[in-house]
Design a protein around this ligand. Structure first.
Ligand code: HEM
Length: 495
């Protein structure tokens, strides 16, 4: 009996000792260097993770600035990070100190999927080389040119036919918009568009949407914080990896198919161009021209080029049915400048300040990436008077820029007029940063801007949109990787 009690005591002491040891190491690891930004005192091991609303984390992260100032620190999971709030501070970090915050912080999820490859989460020479290559290749195949405009106009015709099939009945535009927008990046990357009924295309889009959704949930945050434990635990986070594998399989098949028919002297798309570069740079793997990176970069473009723009267009339709007088003003401008049948072009934008202002206000208020993508300090530096050591992850709070009260009058109101001067001309605003800023500014900004203007103009040229009878549209956002509106239905009436 006494032996049992002694063993029990020993076990208890061991557990207590272990706990105390972990607590002390955790405390020592989280000690802030002198001059480091202040921040909330979180719980041991997890920090402030549980204070965040997993659906709208940017709200809490913006409010904290009222207590700690526009540069503050916060521990989320294992890592302590610095959060940058408000236009002036974000500009200081991303533009004034552009070279100091170029890299991405290490991430357990990214490490398992990308191992330092890809466009979004890579850093250093590989990122630099791949970003430059992606930009110039997408431009070669139409980004920023009239050839891209014709793809978008053609795609909006397919979309128009689908919408006409609804015959004015309520329908959810989500999947249709996803398919139309995705087809534009597919033309640039894979050299082809997919039919809307294509089963493979539907599967790819579903896998992609689920990845984005899961990456914005507490499961992804838990994986980041406790990768060793989460790796062996069942749960929805495992579908992120499973989905990436299935998307990669699709690309491997595409590569096999195209190897048989490819003419190396005449690349047809991003993938052909990448294969040509692989042949040229075979001896220098550090530049990233190898098959694994080809797959991950192509997936990044597919992923980034689909959900973001499609979600913004969903917000656009929602704002149009919520504020029919704004929809009518856009239609008046379309009728005046383009007329009922000529397809719109990007040159029309200069003569359509109101439509341009609406697109900007949709992006500002839609606020689809409220916390952008994390950056990391590449060297010891200072920000807002605080010391930021090399390797510190930086959360760039884009929500706080797009809703900064110093920059925008009544930022919570949807008001396109804020982008017009007193003569009705379009007025650029410095704090309009939905694509972020600096060296890692969105690579697809030009493409997204063309898609948003042309798709929206084509829709409103051909249809008037309204909510289903008796329904009041809700502007509530839904959680997830991109902040999307909660699912809604619209009715499209041919004009
Ligand atoms: C409305 C649509 C879009 C919005 C609001 C948006 C926004 C953003 C933001 C906020 C970032 C992070 C920038 C940073 O790290 O500071 C980003 C990065 C990126 N975007 Fe977009 N994006 C959009 C559309 C697109 C499209 C159509 C593409 C396709 C080419 C694309 C490709 C990328 C890529 C590859 C990156 C990573 C750039 C890098 O790390 O160097 N985006 N985007």
């Amino acid at each position: 009996m006494w032996l049992y009690s002694l063993l029990e005591l020993d076990l208890k002491s061991l557990v207590l000792f272990l706990f105390a040891y972990l607590l002390i190491t955790d405390f020592l690891k989280q000690r802030k260097p002198s001059g480091f930004p202040p921040g909330p005192r979180g719980l041991p091991f997890v920090g402030s993770v549980f204070s965040l609303d997993p659906k709208l984390p940017h709200i809490y992260l913006t409010r904290l600035a009222e207590v700690f100032g526009n540069v503050y620190s916060i521990r989320l999971g294992r890592e302590k990070m610095v959060c940058v709030v408000g236009y002036e501070t974000v500009k200081e970090a991303l533009v004034t100190q552009a070279d100091c915050f170029v890299s991405r912080p290490p991430s357990s999820l990214a490490e398992r999927i990308y191992s330092g490859n890809g466009l979004f989460l890579s850093s250093g020479i590989l990122w630099k080389k791949q970003r430059r290559f992606a930009l110039s290749t997408l431009r070669n195949f139409g980004m920023g040119k009239t050839s891209l405009e014709s793809f978008i106009i053609e795609e909006s015709r397919f979309l128009q036919e689908e919408i006409e099939c609804e015959k004015g009945n309520p329908f959810n535009p989500h999947i249709l918009l996803n398919k139309a927008v995705s087809n534009i990046i597919c033309i640039l990357v894979f050299g082809r568009r997919f039919d809307y009924a294509d089963h493979e295309f539907e599967t790819l889009l579903k896998l992609l949407a689920e990845i984005l959704y899961l990456e914005g949930t507490i499961w992804a945050l838990l994986y980041e914080s406790f990768p060793k434990v989460m790796k062996v635990l069942p749960g929805p986070h495992n579908r992120i990896f499973g989905n990436y594998d299935r998307l990669s399989d699709f690309l491997v098949e595409d590569l096999k198919r195209r190897n048989a028919e490819r003419d190396p002297s005449g690349p047809r798309d991003y993938i052909d161009s990448f294969l040509a570069e692989m042949e040229k740079n075979a001896e220098d793997p550090a530049l990233g021209f190898h098959q694994k990176n080809l797959i991950l970069c192509a997936l990044d473009l597919f992923l980034a080029g689909t959900e973001t723009t499609s979600t913004t267009l969903r917000w656009a339709l929602l704002f149009m049915i919520k504020y029919p007088h704004i929809q009518s003003k856009v239609q008046d401008e379309i009728d005046r400048v383009i007329g009922p049948s000529r397809p719109p072009s990007m040159t029309d934008r200069a003569s359509m300040p109101y439509t341009n202002a609406v697109v900007h206000e949709v992006q500002r208020k839609g606020n689809i990436l409220p916390l952008g993508v994390p950056h990391m300090a590449d060297r010891d530096t200072s920000l807002g008077g605080y010391f930021i050591p090399k390797g510190t992850p930086l959360i760039v709070n884009l929500h706080s820029v797009l809703f900064d009260e110093k920059e925008w009058h009544m930022p919570d109101i949807f008001d396109p007029e804020r982008f017009l001067d007193s003569n009705g001309n379009f007025a650029k605003k410095d704090a309009f940063l939905p694509f972020s800023a600096g060296k890692r500014v969105c690579l697809g900004e030009q493409l997204a801007r063309a898609e948003l203007f042309l798709f929206l103009t084509c829709f409103l040229q051909k249809f008037s949109f309204s909510p289903p009878p008796g329904v009041e549209p809700s502007l509530e956002p839904e959680g997830g990787g991109t902040m999307a509106p909660i699912p809604f239905k619209i009715c499209a009436h041919p004009r």
